[in-house]
Design a protein around this ligand. Structure first.
Ligand code: CTP
Ligand code: CA
Length: 225
């Protein structure tokens, strides 16, 4: 199927994509982070724009070139990402949560740099839960018929864990990746299965992140009708 300018099947739609990985600060110079590069989210934003959508890209710490023709909102932490996604989702037809959102953040932020003390063991780092953005926007949809997509990286029992996660989050589609030492993080390619709340299961063969992105938008467009 020809795509891009020839098939603007997302014309007139507003879609929101989150990308990258949140950073949760301990002090002014240190943070808890993760290995998400943002490439899959940026590929989703580019392909949606190519298919005619108005795109809001909520980018958490991705070090990638700004995609052309996309509204870019930069965030750092999970709490900031939640604010930006909720705001953009208010009038969105679809929301795709490709960002790796930290599950926990340090309970205390030290306004000054944490210093080591001679002869003293370090204090353990206390953590608190971050808000679950995907579960929240799925439970409390900003618009009827809004299509919500999550991503999950799993190392074991990928499909079974994916089904459980889809049900727990309450989203419409869940893109499940198998990850390991050399898979997915930072790479140009991806391999996944897209699970649908209606029981559908769409395997996406190993290939460029754009191909997975186009499959996601195919499934979203079909649900938007
Ligand atoms: N997610 C989110 N807010 C969080 C954590 C995750 O919105 N605080 C979203 C991610 O953007 C992703 C999906 O939820 O789309 C699944 O993330 P994942 O980490 O796999 O799910 P968790 O429920 O955090 O499960 P786990 O304990 O396996 O990390
Ligand atoms: Ca998680």
């Amino acid at each position: 199927l020809a795509r891009g300018a020839a098939a603007p099947d997302l014309a007139g739609r507003h879609v929101v994509v989150s990308a990258g990985g949140t950073r949760e600060p301990l002090d002014p110079v240190r943070f808890l982070g993760n290995r998400s590069s943002g490439k899959q989210g940026y590929a989703l934003a580019r392909t949606a724009a190519a298919r005619g959508a108005r795109v809001t890209l909520v980018s958490a710490n991705a070090e990638l070139p700004d995609p052309a023709g996309v509204d870019l909102v930069r965030v750092g932490t999970a709490v900031q990402l939640r604010e930006a996604v909720l705001k953009a989702a208010a009038d969105a037809d679809a929301v795709v949560m490709a960002a790796a959102v930290a599950d926990f953040r340090p309970a205390v932020y030290a306004a000054g740099k944490i210093k080591k003390q001679d002869g003293q063991e370090p204090e353990p780092v206390a953590l608190v839960r971050n808000p679950d953005v995907l579960a929240e926007i799925s439970a409390d949809r900003a618009r009827p018929g809004q299509v919500i997509v999550g991503f999950a990286a799993e190392t074991d029992d990928v499909l079974a864990n994916g089904r459980k996660k889809l049900a727990r989050k309450g989203c419409d589609l869940l893109v499940v990746n198998e990850v390991g030492e050399r898979r997915t993080f930072g790479s140009e390619e991806n391999e996944a299965v897209v699970l649908a709340a209606d029981g559908g299961e769409t395997p996406v063969p190993h290939g460029p992140k754009e191909a997975l992105a186009d499959t996601v938008w195919d499934l979203v467009a079909a649900r938007l009708g």
